[in-house]
Design a protein around this ligand. Structure first.
Ligand SMILES: Cc1ncc(COP(=O)(O)O)c(C=O)c1O
Length: 392
């Protein structure tokens, strides 16, 4: 194909006059490469799938992001998805088939439960839930002959129980059962699932990796060749893709992940320790607190904490929880977490959906501690707790 030339019509010249720049200056980050069509040099190259032939499978920005995430998770390969939920559901669909049975931790992120119950069930995959602190041997004993996969989330959503990941994965491997762990809390830095024997580590990059509450993306990392291939084929068959611009944002987030996480974690612990002393608070659910029943596992497996945890209030009505939340000025009221800003939510009906109910003393509030000064957040929370006390 030649460039536009004198004598050709104006549309032809506009389309073909200037080709791609032959020189791309070397910037610190990779180029944001957007594209659906990839132009191949010769007809023979059209069906050479050892090279990129179509934008959906990812271009320069995606390749750099995938390689960096694989490095972070200590994995051979990484697939990208347009949200954390898409990564979870995409990974499950990639490895499961009709007739399989899966064991899913009861403290799993609510949309993962919804997918198992509403979608996997339609395709003949049976889900059985287990309490987060089930002993590993008892957990494996729950699975029948069709057990294919165990889904872990450690810490669990909202209630932050830890699991003995290496003990569970050792037993699962011995039985030929796969394991998948939602590693969003650990963000790839604080906990290394693959080093603890997990087959698939999934992250909602939306949270700490992207870090600014403005991008949705997910990843699934693996090392075993059969799992790597299943994840790759799954993305290919389902047609997931993310934009080059979003991939760039995720990569930019990765560059500062370690320093942001350290600050989130330190501030989170300071706020959690303060909350544990407040008269309105019955309990703080944070595995890094020495009083946590999971503290020994935390000290063994994690290199630090992020800024997400929950508190259990002393008994009070829902209206009092709303009064607390409505008085906060530095905490936004909104879902998600992992951005630079502090957020708070009540638990709504999420705990009621669980198969195994924990008898907490009172209502649960989940906090995400952002990058603000912790003493300002503490002052804000004190005002909220006063409102809780008044309305109880
Ligand atoms: C533990 C966990 N996993 C996965 C997700 C899903 O991420 P996304 O919002 O990108 O779909 C979330 C979102 O809140 C989450 O908290």
């Amino acid at each position: 194909m030649s460039d536009g030339a004198p004598g050709q019509g104006p549309s032809t010249r506009l389309i073909h006059a200037v080709g791609p720049s032959p020189v791309v200056a070397r910037t610190v980050g990779p180029p944001i490469q957007n594209g659906s069509t990839v132009l191949l040099p010769t007809a023979e190259d059209l069906y050479d799938h050892s090279r990129p032939t179509y934008g959906r499978s990812g271009l320069a920005t995606h390749e750099t992001l995938r390689a960096t995430l694989a490095e972070l998770e200590g994995a051979a390969d990484c697939q990208l998805y347009p949200s954390g939920v898409a990564a979870l559901t995409g990974a499950l669909l990639a490895v499961l088939r009709e007739g399989d049975e899966i064991l899913v931790v009861d403290s799993v992120y609510a949309p993962t439960r919804r997918f198992c119950d509403k979608v996997l069930a339609r395709y003949g995959v049976k889900t059985r839930y287990y309490p987060a602190r089930t002993e590993p041997e008892a957990l494996l004993a729950m699975g029948g002959a069709a057990l294919k996969l165990i889904v872990l989330e450690s810490p669990g959503s909202l209630t932050f129980e830890l699991q003995d990941v290496s003990a569970i994965t050792a037993l699962a491997r011995a039985r030929g059962v796969l394991t998948l762990l939602d590693n969003t809390w650990g963000a790839g830095l604080l906990f290394k699932p693959l080093a603890h024997g997990v087959d698939i580590s999934v992250q909602a990059l939306t949270k700490y990796v992207c870090g600014h509450s403005d991008v949705l993306m997910g990843s699934a990392c693996a090392s075993a060749p059969a799992v790597v291939k299943a994840l790759h084929d799954g993305v290919h068959h389902l047609g997931w893709s993310v934009s080059g611009a979003d991939a760039y944002q995720a990569l930019r987030g990765l560059r500062t992940l370690a320093v942001r996480l350290q600050r989130h974690g330190e501030s989170g612990l300071a706020v959690a320790a303060w909350l544990a002393e407040q008269p309105e608070v019955a309990e703080v659910l944070h595995p890094a607190l020495p009083a946590s029943p999971d503290h020994a596992l935390f000290a063994r497996d994690f290199t630090g904490a992020c800024g997400l945890f929950s508190l259990i209030l002393k008994p009070g009505p829902e209206a009092a929880v709303n009064a607390l939340l409505n008085r906060l000025t530095l905490f936004g009221l909104g879902f998600s977490w992992g951005g630079f800003e502090s957020l708070a939510i009540s638990s709504g009906d999420q705990l009621a959906q669980r198969r195994f109910k924990t008898a907490f003393a009172g209502p649960l509030v989940r906090l995400h501690i952002g990058l603000e000064e912790p003493e300002d957040l503490i002052a804000d929370l004190r005002v909220g707790l006063d409102a809780y006390a008044e309305a109880s």
